[in-house]
Design a protein around this ligand. Structure first.
Ligand SMILES: Cc1cc2nc3c(=O)[nH]c(=O)nc-3n(C[C@H](O)[C@H](O)[C@H](O)COP(=O)(O)OP(=O)(O)OC[C@H]3O[C@@H](n4cnc5c(N)ncnc54)[C@H](O)[C@@H]3O)c2cc1C
Length: 246
């Protein structure tokens, strides 16, 4: 059931969902499918934005995509108190808890969701190596969860949050300016020892991966989640079906 709904940026709604029955078991970084088949809303993938909790609460962060069917339904119609069906968990965008390396996370938009779950889980279990999170937005309004980032940074000396703006920064901005792939060589000399996690639009992920690999990031330590669009199942028009059966 939807227990809360918050507008996190002008384009991202956060849903908080609690199970009526047993909590779903999942690994941080995994995603679920959400939709409403009866209302004609196709099920789409959404990454879980929190590490597992005893009450089973699952947080999703959904970006409105132009004329997108499911994201419009989430933004316009889904309200607290509504019952929803999730399927899952799915996906292999998960960190190996036994690996101790410096970590570099890169995200843009709601690509932050699975990175939040992975980071929360790692910090909670006392991860000791350096964890750097680069988060890209066009304007400061896009950089949601800045308060949580400040708190993690104050509480965990090994966590570093580096926001960057791709648009014109406001007066007094002290963060980075520019796209992550272009900034990467100015921030890191060598990523050969790093575990790298990237999530966001397919183009963002591709550009970041290319930049990370150029700095020596090793394939076996590189994990990515591209938010590829999923089109509704294609049903042939009735005329075509008749022609096939005839
Ligand atoms: C593994 C995985 C995890 C994902 N996690 C998240 C998440 O945590 N949060 C989130 O908001 N989305 C996430 N997505 C994307 C999500 O599943 C949907 O694709 C997205 O919400 C659009 O669905 P829709 O039904 O609204 O749009 P559709 O009806 O499928 O598409 C409508 C229009 O929007 C365009 N479009 C669709 N998706 C995108 C996109 N991602 N970028 C640019 N244009 C697009 C289409 O080309 C089309 O023109 C994830 C995708 C994958 C594969």
């Amino acid at each position: 059931m939807v227990t809360d709904r918050l507008l996190r940026t002008p384009r991202i709604v956060e849903l908080r969902l609690r199970p009526i029955g047993a909590p779903m078991r999942y690994w941080p970084g995994q995603y679920v499918m959400l939709g409403d088949a009866e209302a004609g809303v196709p099920a789409r993938s959404y990454s879980i934005a929190n590490a597992p909790r005893p009450d089973g609460e699952v947080v999703l962060q959904v970006t409105r995509q132009g004329d997108g069917l499911t994201s419009a339904w989430v933004h316009e119609r889904l309200q607290p108190g509504a019952g929803v069906k999730l399927s899952g968990p799915y996906g292999t965008f998960i960190g190996d808890p036994s690996v101790e390396t410096p970590v570099l996370c890169m995200a843009a938009g709601s690509g932050l969701a699975p990175i939040l779950a992975l980071t929360e889980a790692a910090l909670r279990r006392g991860y000791r190596d350096q964890v750097t999170l680069l988060f890209s937005g066009r304007a400061t309004d896009d950089l949601y969860d800045a308060g949580l980032m400040a708190w993690w940074q104050a509480r965990h000396r090994n966590f570093r949050y580096r926001p960057t703006l791709t648009g014109t920064p406001p007066a007094g901005w002290t963060g980075l300016v520019g796209r992550i792939p272009a900034l990467l060589p100015t921030l890191f000399q060598d990523l050969a020892r790093h575990s790298v996690f990237v999530a966001g639009s397919p183009q963002f992920v591709e550009d970041c991966l290319r930049a990370a690999k150029a700095l020596g990031a090793r394939s076996e330590f590189v994990h990515s989640e591209g938010f590829f669009p999923q089109y509704p199942p294609i049903t042939p028009p009735p005329g075509q079906l008749l022609a096939l059966s005839g």
